[in-house]
Design a protein around this ligand. Sequence first.
Ligand SMILES: Nc1ncnc2c1ncn2[C@@H]1O[C@H](COP(=O)(O)OP(=O)(O)OP(=O)(O)O)[C@@H](O)[C@H]1O
Ligand SMILES: [Mg+2]
Length: 261
Amino acid sequence: MAVALAKPAAGEAPSIVRLGDIRFAWPGEGAFSLAVKDFALPARQRILLIGPSGSGKSTFLSLLCGILAPQSGRIEILGQDLTRLGAAARDAFRAEHFGIIFQMFNLLPYGSVVDNVLLPLSFAPGRRRRASASGSAAEEAGRLLARLGLQPSLVRNQSAASLSVGQQQRVAAARALIGAPEIVVADEPTSALDRDRQGAFLDLLFAETGAAGAALIMVSHDETLAPRFDRVLRLADIATTSPPDGRPERRTEGKAEGRPA
Ligand SMILES: Nc1ncnc2c1ncn2[C@@H]1O[C@H](COP(=O)(O)OP(=O)(O)OP(=O)(O)O)[C@@H](O)[C@H]1O
Ligand SMILES: [Mg+2]
């Protein structure tokens, strides 16, 4: 089925992401499973995705970017159904169109900071062209790192593994933003940052995605961030999961409480 990309209603942004009738289960008997009937992300929209730990937020994002393939359903990104692509073509598509800040960062530990930021460009000629539009891609990496409070002189030749967790998170953010991908996916990107850095990080994320006209879907447990987003979604609003909330059973809490330690 064709996606409604070409003819949005007047005044309405076209959807650049559309998931339909998705079913996904991790392997194994009784493993966590997730179903999405219909989810659409309009171009340029900024969504904050919230939900309890283990409820399936990262699984959902991995499906949306084509890292995981669903057992059935459609994942249409910019008019391309990812479920019709092989793994290699999906990887190339993802590198070109998605900027991803993974929950665990996924940096190359022995690569330098700048090499890590430049990495997606090796697989994405369109992003490379945009990143080099006003100078070299390495200069653009330096600009993003500086805006995130990481001075290239300080970190240029350092390996990613030698950085603090908060610094690694910012390198992962620069890597996601370089070359202005159409969709930025950020899985708890501010969890290791202090309040000041968190504010500066969101300013940059919004400025860069705004300038690029990119859509943003960001997971956070911090609901105080909600006013900055166009839409706040709970995972339960868009997906049914089994077990619900990813919790195998409900426990009565506090049994051991009240006892002296
Ligand atoms: N690699 C995996 N293999 C098998 N099961 C997995 C895997 N990753 C996640 N799961 C299962 O999927 C469920 C949802 O996990 P997921 O990481 O998507 O949750 P989450 O909402 O992102 O949690 P958190 O807020 O803690 O990051 C978990 O309960 C877990 O059992
Ligand atoms: Mg997660």
